[in-house]
Design a protein around this ligand. Structure first.
Ligand SMILES: [Zn+2]
Length: 141
C-alpha cells in the first residue's frame, strides 16, 4: 500500500534578485508556504508512511531555523556584508535566491533527511514552494 503525505509550513523572508529586469531586483519580502511531500510504502507496523511529526521537526530544524525571517541573497550581492554588519540574518546561495533555487535547496535537505529513514530508497520527496498566493514552484526527487 503506497501513500503520499504532505506537511504544510510557512516562512517569512526577504530577498532580491540581482540583474532582474523588473521590481524583483529591489529588496522585498514574501510570506512563503512550503509543502513537503513524501511518497512511500505504508509501514505494516505503524500504518503510516512516516509520522507527520518527523516532517514538522525536519522543517523546524533545517528550514525554519535558517530561512524564517532571514534575508536570502546571492553570495555576490554587495548588500550581504552591510546587512550582516547590521546584525541581520542572511542565507546566501551561489545562484539567485529565486523560488526555484530555494525549492531545490529545501528538496536536497529533505532527501538527506528521508534517506536515513528509508535506506532501501523506496521513497520520493517533493517540495511545493508558494512564493505568493498565486505563484508556486514544484520540484521532486
Ligand atoms: Zn520576490
Amino acid at each position: 500500500m503506497q501513500a503520499r503525505i504532505t506537511k504544510v509550513s510557512h516562512i517569512e523572508y526577504a530577498h532580491r534578485i540581482l540583474n532582474h529586469p523588473g521590481k524583483c531586483k529591489r529588496l522585498h519580502g514574501h510570506s512563503g508556504k512550503v509543502e513537503l511531500t513524501l511518497s512511500g510504502q505504508v509501514q505494516e507496523e505503524t500504518g503510516m508512511v512516516l509520522d507527520f511529526e518527523v516532517l514538522s521537526t525536519f522543517f523546524k530544524a533545517k528550514v525554519e531555523k535558517f530561512f524564517d525571517h532571514f534575508t536570502l541573497l546571492q553570495e555576490e550581492d554587495h548588500i550581504k556584508k552591510v546587512l550582516e554588519m547590521a546584525g541581520q540574518k542572511i542565507f546566501a546561495f551561489k545562484q539567485p535566491p529565486t523560488a526555484e533555487v530555494i525549492s531545490y535547496h529545501i528538496l536536497g535537505l529533505f532527501i538527506n533527511e528521508i534517506e536515513e529513514r528509508f535506506p532501501a530508497g523506496n521513497f520520493s520527496c517533493g517540495v511545493k514552494f508558494w512564493e505568493t498566493e498565486s505563484s508556486y514552484v514544484e520540484v521532486r526527487s
